[in-house]
Design a protein around this ligand. Structure first.
Ligand SMILES: [Zn+2]
Length: 379
């Protein structure tokens, strides 16, 4: 926390709850400036984008013609991953093998949406179930460490399981639902530190964990960026950036075609993430991740600033549901409500309080920015 005066961007709704966010003379934040100078000019979700991606699609098809599947798509049941699956299969004629990582926190709606997509598109699905005792141990360690990004174990598992699976099974192409349309505002390190910085994960786990991580899916960011990308040749394709991707249209299309059902909020396919983002971070750490999600939508013309302000003025879940979820999460992680409350009241820490590999990761991210491989601002 700093004692700087409160300020909110005059264009989006990012504010000084992101304590190091800078504003220009017009009162625009760094995300808005970056969007207009770096993202928008390089993003073509239209004919031009299609023309750019078609040679890649043809290459995936040609290289995979003797295989049962030509690419892998990770599916969480959320909108981005469901929609990209539909686009890959129906619009581009790819033959993806679907991969799902079950961390033990799937919401019922998430599971049902995955089923609908798999059955509706006649796809094959591989599910990796993370060992629950290890998952629980790492999640408990993150809460005990008092850092804000307690969703790290889940993020790490989802990311690692997917890329390890692809590399171990000879897949060169991974299609992801990553996109500018709903994610052009990338949260600061203060809000969400790298889940794949294994130096940090291991430090936190060695201090607060109680059992070894024997089978937990792990893929260090360096292994991913260097070994998988340049040695194994794994390519990540953000297909949704090459086609029109408007949230409400995508929801309508998936609902009509597959009976897919929308969530009230991004990332609510996981019951843990729902609790973490609607309760833990706003109430304990004073920031609301919806500010980043809605700001992305404001920048890409899918929500007005007034609508966004109205939404963040009240919590996503009512008090009763939050209390219920607090108890659910506490119990599932092996704590009483009183014990979990004590952790909640403990002093907050940041990623700087634990060992980390930030220097090298920052260098990597700056190189990606420089090469134009990622135009989102890194801060
Ligand atoms: Zn802004």
């Amino acid at each position: 926390m700093t004692d700087r005066a409160y300020q909110i961007c005059t264009n989006c709704i990012m504010d000084t709850s992101d304590t190091t966010l800078q504003f220009d003379g017009r009162g625009w934040c760094q995300y808005c400036c970056n969007y207009h100078s770096n993202i928008k000019p390089n993003w073509h979700p239209d004919e031009r984008g299609l023309k750019e991606i078609m040679p890649v699609i043809e290459k995936i098809k040609a290289e995979g013609k003797d295989r049962e599947h030509d690419c892998v798509i990770g599916i969480s049941g959320g909108l981005d991953s469901s929609y990209v699956t539909y686009v890959a299969k129906e619009k581009f004629g790819l033959r993806p093998l679907m991969f799902h990582c079950d961390t033990g926190w799937n919401s019922d709606l998430g599971v049902s949406n995955i089923q609908k997509m798999i059955e509706g598109l006649h796809l094959d699905l591989v599910t990796e179930v993370v060992n629950w005792e290890e998952m629980k141990d790492l999640q408990r360690a993150y809460f005990l460490s008092q850092v804000s990004f307690a969703d790290t174990p889940q993020d790490l598992a989802l990311f690692s399981a997917m890329y390890n699976f692809a590399a171990n099974n000879g897949f060169k192409y991974v299609i992801t639902g990553g996109n500018n349309s709903t994610e052009c505002v990338r949260e600061s390190l203060e809000w969400t530190y790298f889940s794949t910085d294994m130096v940090q994960v291991r430090d936190i786990h060695s201090k607060f964990g109680t059992r070894p991580l024997k089978t937990f899916p792990i893929c260090d960011i360096m292994k991913y960026r260097i070994y998988y990308r340049w040695v194994k040749g794994t390519q990540v394709i953000k297909l949704l950036d090459h086609v029109p991707y408007i949230k409400k249209d995508a929801i309508a299309e998936l609902s009509e075609k597959f009976g897919w059902q929308p969530y009230p909020q991004k990332h609510y396919e996981s019951r843990f993430t729902r609790f973490y983002e609607s309760y833990w971070t706003p109430k304990k750490f004073g920031y609301d991740k919806r500010r980043a999600y809605f700001s992305s939508e404001i920048l890409t013309g899918q929500m007005t600033r007034d609508e966004a302000l109205e939404r963040v003025s009240k919590p996503e879940l009512d008090e009763e549901t939050m209390a219920h979820e607090f108890e659910y999460v506490a119990t599932k992680l092996g704590w009483t409500v009183a014990e979990f409350e004590e952790i909640f009241r403990g002093p907050n820490k940041t990623f700087r309080d634990y060992r980390n590999n930030l220097f090298l990761i920052t260098l990597g991210a700056r190189i990606f920015n420089f090469l134009g491989l990622d135009n989102r601002i890194f801060r």
